[in-house]
Design a protein around this ligand. Structure first.
Ligand SMILES: Cc1ncc(COP(=O)(O)O)c(C=O)c1O
Length: 382
């Protein structure tokens, strides 16, 4: 197994401290699972480690695991059509980031790492801090100043050392790059092992839908940890002959931070290098002005015949309230994806039953202040 530079295609030796290519580009993992059958997995407990045959983890590595995964897939009627929603906010740390973090921290422990650093707008930091605690590995998380209080408390409860960095998300990343020169960089953005954890999303859907992947998957598009993981999983299943056709991947961003939706509309392969967002959106988790893997997300969307969608703030707030009325208490970022799902269904009025899959990614318990503001706005609209 080795890394592959996404800019030159050259191989780069696999080593714990290598997190970018000599050209400074993001790395992929040159890995394809040996063909296996779903029946082999079904004898194992119902969590994401049942797909271990698909995971790039040495056989002797012991998983740093809380029995996570295999989240429910619920049928919900949206815009008059039954669709299926994966409840990925029901992970131990309260978000789907546990998929990537369980894998990455398993590798960290296997490599004998005693301290990790990571930068995050919140949920990835919580997930890494959680598994660092479980693996007894020291953990430093850098966050932007405006990170939700509940997420900071959660990281600190796991005994992570949390540092707030002045400025935007990019300033936080820059501070992490400095520390990553001498500390293991447990980055959900740069480290491709993370994506091989999030790919279990696709394997679970395959199993839960008896191999029917549907026409389209509507997913968040921040740094692409879920979208790209799902794409890797789909390509692997296609290579093993499990599926013949991939669902269209539909990426959702907020209008207030939509570098990829803009690039998509303009037919560009990459976001504008000068793109930056001026205003904060409700959807903090997908507010990434310069996603490092933006070009890969656009390519995955193009290859599957998908599209990018941008949603308005008012629609995010409405979507959140609609979800709570159905019993789903999730973050505004998840509500943004639901708003994108509604927009997609309105654009595709002929969609058949259960042909569209989407996801709720983060628990509302982590963003109490924002949800409270949305409720207040509803009571007294401006
Ligand atoms: C709740 C939630 N949903 C979605 C995302 C989107 O991330 P990505 O595009 O990297 O999958 C995030 C990222 O932090 C998040 O916290």
């Amino acid at each position: 197994m080795e890394y592959r530079c996404t800019s030159t295609g050259q191989s780069v030796a696999l080593s714990p401290h290598t997190w970018k290519s000599p050209q400074g580009a993001v790395l992929d993992l040159a890995f394809r699972p040996k063909p296996f059958s779903l029946a082999d997995c079904q004898a194992l407990p119902p969590n994401l480690w049942r797909y271990r045959a698909a995971l790039p983890i040495p056989p002797e590595a012991i998983p740093v695991s809380l029995g996570e995964g295999f989240t429910p897939l619920q049928t919900l009627t949206v815009e008059g059509v039954p669709v299926q929603i994966k409840l990925d906010y029901l992970f131990p740390s309260g978000s789907y980031k546990d998929r990537g973090a369980t894998l990455l921290m398993t590798m960290a422990r296997y490599w004998g790492i005693d301290e990790v650093v990571q930068d995050s707008s919140g949920n990835a930091g919580c997930a890494i801090a959680q598994y660092a605690a479980l693996a007894n590995i020291g953990c430093r998380i850098l966050v932007p100043e405006d990170t939700a209080a509940a997420k900071l408390v959660q990281m600190e409860a796991y005994k992570a050392q949390v540092t707030k960095v002045k400025g935007n998300r990019e300033a936080t990343a820059q501070a992490a790059y400095q520390m990553a020169q001498h500390t293991f960089y447990a980055s959900h953005v740069w480290n491709p092992f993370f994506l091989h954890g999030t790919k279990t999303f696709a394997y679970e859907i395959f199993e839960q839908r008896n191999g029917q992947m549907g026409e389209a998957w509507v997913l968040p598009a921040g740094n692409g940890t879920l979208l790209l993981g799902a794409y890797i999983g789909l390509l692997e299943m296609q290579a093993m002959g499990w599926i013949t056709r991939l669902p269209k991947l539909i990426g959702v961003q907020a209008e207030l931070c939509q570098p990829l939706a803009e690039a998509w509309t303009q037919g560009k392969a990459q976001q504008d290098a000068g793109y930056h967002s001026h205003q904060a959106t409700w959807a903090e988790g997908i507010a990434i002005a310069q996603p490092q893997r933006g070009f890969q997300m656009l390519e995955a969307i193009r290859q599957t015949g998908g599209a990018m969608i941008a949603v308005a703030e008012a629609d995010i707030a409405d979507a959140l309230l609609e979800l709570t009325q159905q019993g789903y208490y999730v973050e505004p970022t998840s509500a943004a994806v639901f708003a994108g799902l509604k927009q997609y269904l309105r654009q595709q009025p002929a969609t058949n039953q259960n042909q569209v899959v989407s996801v709720l990614t983060g628990s509302g318990l982590k963003t109490t202040e924002k949800i409270d503001k949305i409720l207040q706005q509803q009571k007294s609209p401006a």
